[in-house]
Design a protein around this ligand. Sequence first.
Ligand SMILES: Cc1cc2nc3c(=O)[nH]c(=O)nc-3n(C[C@H](O)[C@H](O)[C@H](O)COP(=O)(O)OP(=O)(O)OC[C@H]3O[C@@H](n4cnc5c(N)ncnc54)[C@H](O)[C@@H]3O)c2cc1C
Length: 376
Amino acid sequence: MYDYLIVGAGLYGAVFAHEAAKAGKKCLVIDKREHIAGNIYTEEKLGIQVHRYGAHIFHTDNKEVWDYVNSFAEFNRYTNSPVARYKDEMYNLPFNMNTFHELWGVRTPEEAKAEIARQTAEAAEKIGGEPKNLEEQALLLGGKDVYEKLIKGYTEKQWGRRATELPAFIIRRLPFRFIFDNNYFNDRYQGIPIGGYTGLVEKLLGDTEVRLGTDFYKEREKLTAEAKEIVFTGLIDEFFDYRFGTLEYRSLRFETEELDTDDFQGNAVINYTEYEIPYTRIIEHKHFEEFGSAPKRAQDGKTIITREYPATWEKGDEPYYPVNNEENNALYEKYRALAEETEGVYFGGRLGKYKYYDMDDVIADALSDAKKILKN
Ligand SMILES: Cc1cc2nc3c(=O)[nH]c(=O)nc-3n(C[C@H](O)[C@H](O)[C@H](O)COP(=O)(O)OP(=O)(O)OC[C@H]3O[C@@H](n4cnc5c(N)ncnc54)[C@H](O)[C@@H]3O)c2cc1C
């Protein structure tokens, strides 16, 4: 008899399994996929660590979590500094003095602020009141150039709707930085595990028994009978047979390609901000691991890129981003209340809690849940 059946070998499941094993508990981890690590899964191809489910960059301000992951893997000094391509123009991101110089040739924070003030005042005059949609909101916050070149098309592709049909509240502020700094994240710690994320998850799982290609629902009764309690990291609404309704997600489609070139784009992430190009970004995987140098494997003459296309989601598709609007949050609340009444089952992770979690949040949450659950 297992103490815990852990459904999902992603980051949440693996951290919980690690903590449970440390506490002397016997666990069985299952996953319906044929691999561990969930969405942070990386696989080696041509000597390159490929992020199968999209670019994953570890960043955190939480020292405890940073020390925790570093005890399982060595991290490189990768610093996310995406570049935006609008038609044939290239702009550094996030919006900072480099971006403003590229847009307008300005050289000082004062000049940049003056140009933004000029453009936002122009927008305010035209709109003449409260913003009625995302387009107006972005124009009021950032002005015409930033909006048209860097926000409009990208946002419309992400949401699958025109900016004039999207609510204003989606953008509350624009993170303008009036310094020359292309580091996307503000967190103190950042990096990519050398050798990929799968190795990190393997270490977390250690000697815990793992059954891959095992869907909980196909063997629900048998699996439930094998363990005293369940830690469930799949879809919470599916667990309860969608009795209150279906929670919505946005999905993504990835198109991965091997190319006969040493270096396709000179950066890990290039965002395509014009609407007419159907993908939102291209990632070139070798730059995650070999950050800070021209690719060492240049002599191989090969690289691997992935195009990322936003996609609508229907039941059965891969659920990537929860749509946390009022309706879905209210529906989730019903499931959460039901989960609380359900003895012997704990819900965790991004699908179990219907929340967009970065990796550091998932780890912090799994550690705190494990502390509570394992005390019982
Ligand atoms: C495109 C994208 C990019 C991201 N980039 C970043 C980033 O740069 N930095 C960052 O910090 N975070 C990033 N994240 C977030 C990160 O992916 C998550 O924080 C993390 O993967 C969540 O782990 P999890 O264990 O909760 O979920 P998952 O990794 O989804 O694991 C859940 C597992 O449960 C399994 N499962 C579900 N149902 C069943 C079932 N019925 N039976 C058996 N198994 C089941 C699934 O197969 C899956 O393997 C990104 C997310 C996405 C979608």
